[in-house]
Design a protein around this ligand. Structure first.
Ligand code: BDR
Ligand code: CA
Length: 312
């Protein structure tokens, strides 16, 4: 089988970094490009971080595009309190030397989806959905050409992490999320309900650190940094590796389980802005629009990560 064509849309972020590394390490995937968006940190840093990650992986030929620097209708909210000032705090890596592509990320998304055969390109958004929604808004003809969107965002049982009601990626650009969830595209969502089960432990971090080469130790240092926040906040043993759940799903969907249900995005209420109102119990009769994942085989997930990162 030819490798599956994907585009990762991202705001790196330590967990975004692990998702990108997992994709770069996996021959089943053909990473057509990385589109960056403002989110965890502003756009100048997310575009820099994406290139740092590609160079760490020894893949400077990967195409990295700069996208939207603010949400569709709101002021940007960032998450330095989680990811540090650079977005990639935890280990100092050299500034990237590879160039950023000239084309805007939204133009790259539109052009690629129009050029590639219909149903052949999967989009993996692991940050706020601004780039994807802007592309769909500007070029609605691309929607039926997308094979699938597999995104990290939202929460139902875990409710929120940036507010009591909302998960960060959806909260930052709820108008974009509403557009994407309503676009009629096959969509898989990795909400906090599942990512909070993909937790690092001492043994899992040490397995990364023990890998030969630079990648494993860097991932271990990132998770060490990232962990402090969740340990304090949730009293958990480790930190959730949110974003790599999307790429792992593409590689091994049987690690995950969820429900095909209706998910609506709250954009009207100040109190619950960005909430993913997931009809988990199927009480509304509204048509399903997303496969909302609830569980992961965490042992299998970390085994996959260690095996793949060890290849870089
Ligand atoms: C999401 O928000 C970001 O901080 C992480 O990178 C992840 O994409 C989790 O809520
Ligand atoms: Ca992210």
């Amino acid at each position: 089988m030819p490798p599956r064509k994907i585009i990762i849309d991202t705001d790196p972020g330590q967990d975004d970094a692990v998702a990108i590394l997992l994709a770069l390490a996996s021959p089943e995937l053909d990473l057509l490009g990385i589109t960056c968006v403002a989110g965890n940190v502003p756009l100048d840093l997310t575009t820099k971080n994406a290139r740092i990650i590609c160079e760490l992986a020894g893949r400077p030929e990967t195409r990295v595009f700069a996208g939207c620097d603010k949400p569709m209708a709101r002021k940007l909210v960032t998450a330095e309190h989680v990811h540090g000032k650079t977005g990639l705090d935890g280990v100092t890596l050299p500034d990237p030397t590879m160039a950023l592509q000239d084309q805007h990320a939204v133009d790259f998304l539109i052009e690629t989806l129009r050029r590639e055969p219909p149903g052949s390109v999967t989009i993996c958004p692991i940050g706020p959905l601004t780039n994807i929604a802007t592309a769909l808004d500007r070029a609605p003809d691309i929607a039926p050409r997308i094979r699938e969107i597999v995104l990290m965002g939202g929460a139902y049982f875990e409710v929120g992490n940036i507010t009591p009601a909302a998960e960060f990626n959806i909260y930052v650009d709820p108008e974009a999320a509403k557009l994407v969830f309503g676009a009629g595209i096959p969509l898989v969502a990795m909400p906090l309900d599942v990512t909070h089960k993909a937790l690092t432990t001492r043994a899992r971090v040490e397995a990364f650190r023990a890998l030969p080469g630079r990648v494993g130790p860097a991932v271990a240092s990132w998770t060490d940094f990232f962990e402090r926040f969740d340990k304090e906040k949730y009293g958990s043993e480790g930190a959730p590796l949110h974003d790599p759940c999307t790429v792992a799903y593409l590689l091994q969907p049987d690690l995950f389980s969820g429900r095909h249900i209706n998910v609506e995005i709250e954009t009207g209420s100040d109190l619950t802005l960005g909430m993913t109102v997931a009809d988990w119990w199927r009480v509304t009769g509204r048509a399903p629009n997303a496969t909302f994942i609830g569980d992961v085989n965490a042992e299998g997930f970390f085994a996959l990560l260690v095996e793949r990162l060890g290849r870089l």
